[in-house]
Write a protein that binds this ligand. Structure first.
Ligand code: CA
Length: 229
């Protein structure tokens, strides 16, 4: 899951970033509205954490622009202000949730996970697909009830597929889920991760859609095939 964190306080940003990394999020940090606009256009984010008090304006103005442009990415707004009117304004501008500083990091992570879950139309953290089950909170994966050990990248990749089960995801989109903007990515890295997923979960887990990208395999077909171990 890729998160764009827009926060100008370096200390707060570093704290949030390290808290999210523990939970397998890929995090890019923007420190101004201008930087956030550029990053948002260059990468597909699964969620945004938005501070209000930014050096070049109020984060809510950026949010209002995104909503006007039709961007539906889940947005959690952070603010030092704790007045009811500020919270109401944030929600009216299109925020999906709201946290007042200082906040508890665990609460931030839990709220973010809930936002992403709801944006995918799920009420529970458990994602099931045929014989496959991923608990997006505990990060446990089982296949036909048996635990499967996946690397962090494999898990993040699997989650990206499960999050959009009917969509064709381009290589670019998948790389955005896996890597931050500043990370060096080897050209065949995505292929390697997909190869590992197929080896561990069965070849039917990911379909190649020639010229377009990849798609989560059909759940029924997966149930019929056995993973090669
Ligand atoms: Ca600030």
């Amino acid at each position: 899951m890729h998160v764009l964190l827009i926060e100008d306080d370096a200390l707060v940003a570093a704290g949030i970033r390290s808290g999210l990394l523990v939970h397998d999020f890929v995090v890019d940090v923007a420190t101004s509205i201008a930087e956030a606009r550029a990053m948002f256009d260059g990468v597909t984010s699964d969620a945004v954490i938005l501070d209000r008090g930014l050096p070049d304006g109020d984060g809510l103005d950026l949010l209002a622009d995104w909503r006007t442009a039709g961007h539906e990415v889940p947005v959690l707004v952070l603010t030092a202000r704790d007045a009811v009117s500020d919270r109401v304004q944030g929600l009216q501008e299109g925020a999906d949730d709201y946290l007042s500083k200082p906040f508890d990091l665990d609460e931030l992570v839990a709220r973010l996970q809930a936002l992403i879950r709801r944006s995918a139309g799920r009420a529970r953290p458990l994602i099931e697909h045929g014989p496959l089950c991923l608990d997006s909170v505990t990060r446990e994966v089982t296949l036909s009830g048996h635990p499967v050990s996946l690397s962090r990248r494999e898990l993040v990749l699997l989650e990206a597929f499960l999050q959009s089960p009917r969509s064709i995801l381009s290589s670019e989109r998948l790389k955005d889920s896996l890597y931050g903007l500043s990370e060096e990515v080897e050209s065949n890295a995505l292929n390697v991760h997909i190869h590992h997923l197929r080896r561990k979960l069965g070849t039917g887990i990911v379909e190649t859609v020639r010229g377009l990208g990849y798609r989560l395999g059909d759940a029924d077909a997966m149930a019929a095939k056995k993973a090669v171990r």
